[in-house]
Ligand binder design. Structure first.
Ligand code: HEM
Length: 144
């Protein structure tokens, strides 16, 4: 199950994930099997009904997945070129994301003097508030 290729390989008349007959996938049989269930009966973690439902839906929807990110070799991303940003590469990534979401960095703060008032809202006006409205709150974009 580490890779899509391994999950879909012919295991002698059946496949953990059968892309041509999704509902015949061994995964589906085994997560409901009383005799030989997966995870095994003595496994520390068992599936809940809602997890079984999720796996079921995922398989029937095609069961596609990518290799786990931990097995992907890191690739150095190209630093975005963003008009008006001449600070450092991290600023360029942040500015790029902010622009996609309707905000932007107004000016550079001196190190140690970060102030929310240096950020603008989506109309370009300085917000001055502690949580600028141009920034998406609660979407992980505060990982500065
Ligand atoms: C949601 C969790 C799991 C799913 C969907 C799953 C699914 C499957 C499937 C479809 C097979 C058959 C593939 C084949 O015949 O080669 C299999 C085999 C196997 N699985 Fe799992 N598995 C799960 C969790 C686990 C866990 C937690 C363990 C060990 C603690 C485990 C141990 C094994 C072993 C030893 C086999 C090969 C022997 C056999 O077919 O019984 N599996 N699993």
């Amino acid at each position: 199950m580490d890779s899509y290729a391994a999950a879909t390989v012919d295991l002698g008349g059946y496949r953990a994930l059968d892309p041509l007959q999704l509902s015949e996938s061994e995964i589906l049989k085994r997560i409901y099997d009383k005799e030989d269930p997966m995870p095994p009966l003595d496994a520390d973690k068992q599936l809940t009904e809602s997890e079984r439902d999720q796996i079921h839906k995922w398989v029937l929807s095609g069961g596609e997945y990518q290799v786990h990110w931990a097995f992907e070799a890191p690739v150095k991303p190209q630093v975005a070129t963003v008009a008006g940003v001449h600070f450092n590469p991290i600023d360029a990534f942040i500015e790029n994301r902010l622009q996609e979401q309707g905000g932007r960095i107004l000016s550079r703060s001196r190190p140690g003097s970060f102030s929310p008032s240096s950020l603008t809202d989506s109309d370009g006006a300085a917000t001055g508030s502690s949580i600028p409205s141009g920034l998406p709150v609660g979407q992980g974009s505060w990982g500065l």
